[in-house]
Design a protein around this ligand. Structure first.
Ligand code: 5GP
Ligand code: MN
Length: 348
């Protein structure tokens, strides 16, 4: 183990797998966020440019329009929702699979079976607790980093061709790593470690234009996003006596403002700025269920709440899951009553 907890024996085995494999498939969790897309793009770019591999990103579903631009033009991307046959054929033809930003193939939903059935060796690089080590030959797993992008950065540095010099990373890879870390830390607000600042400093010194990264991430939204975020905070946010703030973004509201689910990214963090709010939950209607985002202040566990009440998981203070009807609740309109119960169970 070195300073960043990168296991040198695992690096040696990763390097050997990269030497022998040619057709590499890189994947991440469903509903890919900036860290998933940044880390996947960074690794595919490195494998293509530095190692001459036929590396392709294969994702369980298409990225939301707000985060799609994180994937550079030079990174081939297949998505299971739009090209299921191509994804399955690619997985079957792969001689190496790498999973990033997810603790097991269960987080790749519709692709889980195909990945688990593949005889190719598999590598896990992730920062969630509870890695499913059973399906992987090489595992890099620690929750003590900001993001999968940060863990991948320090792993790449250990590879012999990079030799600790970030200037040897392709420019698109360096930028994707800084982008992924920036989104998962909410621009250096959460889960920041000394290594996170060091990574940022090194990548900026190596030539990454941080201002351009920030402009691409935070200054290119549609007007509709800002308007629906204002509406949801003003009209839809409720705060329970225990200190749970919750917002239910129904299909009607989303349609009225003409926004898709990805455009409420970041909203769940805002109520935490209120003094008496300990936890924030955002429900986003998605077909016959709600997708659930949970954030908590230190001392209250978003993860425990996601695990106990929403079939989910994640990090201690940033988690997610789902709420089904009928099932968890009889009908959609029962969601607020359910959240009031969750508030009592998780915060009193
Ligand atoms: P977000 O609220 O941004 O969608 O997700 C926050 C965190 O929760 C992410 O780290 C993500 O990995 C985790 N997460 C979101 N949805 C789920 C889920 O359905 N299951 C599990 N296990 N984790 C989730
Ligand atoms: Mn992540």
């Amino acid at each position: 183990m070195d300073l960043y907890g990168i296991d040198s024996e695992a690096v040696r085995r990763l390097d050997a797998l990269l030497e022998s494999g040619v057709t590499v498939t890189v994947t991440a969790h469903t509903h890919p966020d900036g860290d998933a897309l940044g880390s996947v793009s960074a690794l595919v770019g490195y494998l293509r440019e530095c190692r001459g591999k036929d590396a392709v990103a294969v994702l369980p579903d298409s990225p939301a329009a707000t985060v799609r631009p994180i994937v550079p033009a030079g990174v081939p991307l297949l998505c299971f929702d739009t090209q299921p046959d191509a994804c399955l054929a690619r997985i079957a033809a792969s001689d190496l699979v790498v999973l990033l930003d997810a603790n097991g193939f269960s987080r790749t939903e519709g692709l889980q079976e195909a990945f688990e059935a593949s005889p190719a060796p598999k590598v896990l690089i992730d920062h969630h607790i509870g890695p499913d080590t059973e399906h992987f030959q090489v595992v890099f797993s620690t929750p003590d980093v900001s993001s999968a992008s940060e863990l991948l950065y320090y792993t790449l540095l250990e590879l012999p061709d990079i030799g600790g010099d970030p200037r040897r990373l392709p420019a698109d890879t360096a930028r994707a790593l800084l982008t992924g870390m920036t989104t998962d830390t909410n621009n250096f607000a959460n889960s920041v470690y000394p290594g996170t600042f060091r990574m940022a400093a090194d990548l900026i010194a190596a030539g990454v234009d941080r201002e351009a990264v920030l402009a691409d991430l935070y200054n290119r939204y549609r007007e509709n996003r800002v308007r629906v975020m204002g509406y949801l905070q003003y009209e839809a946010m409720r705060i329970t006596p225990e200190g749970l703030a919750y917002i239910i973004a129904t299909r009607e509201i989303m349609d009225r403002f003409g926004v898709d689910e990805g455009e409420t990214e970041g909203l769940v963090n805002i109520p935490l700025s209120i003094d008496r709010v300990k936890m924030s939950i955002l429900l986003k209607e998605n077909g016959g269920h709600f997708r659930v985002s949970i954030r908590s202040k230190k001392g209250w566990s978003a993860r425990a709440c996601a695990t106990s009440h929403f079939h989910g998981g994640g990090h201690e203070n940033a988690s997610g899951g789902k709420l089904f009807w009928p099932g968890d609740i009889a009908c959609r309109e029962d969601a607020s009553a359910y959240l009031e119960q969750v508030s009592k169970a998780c915060l009193s």
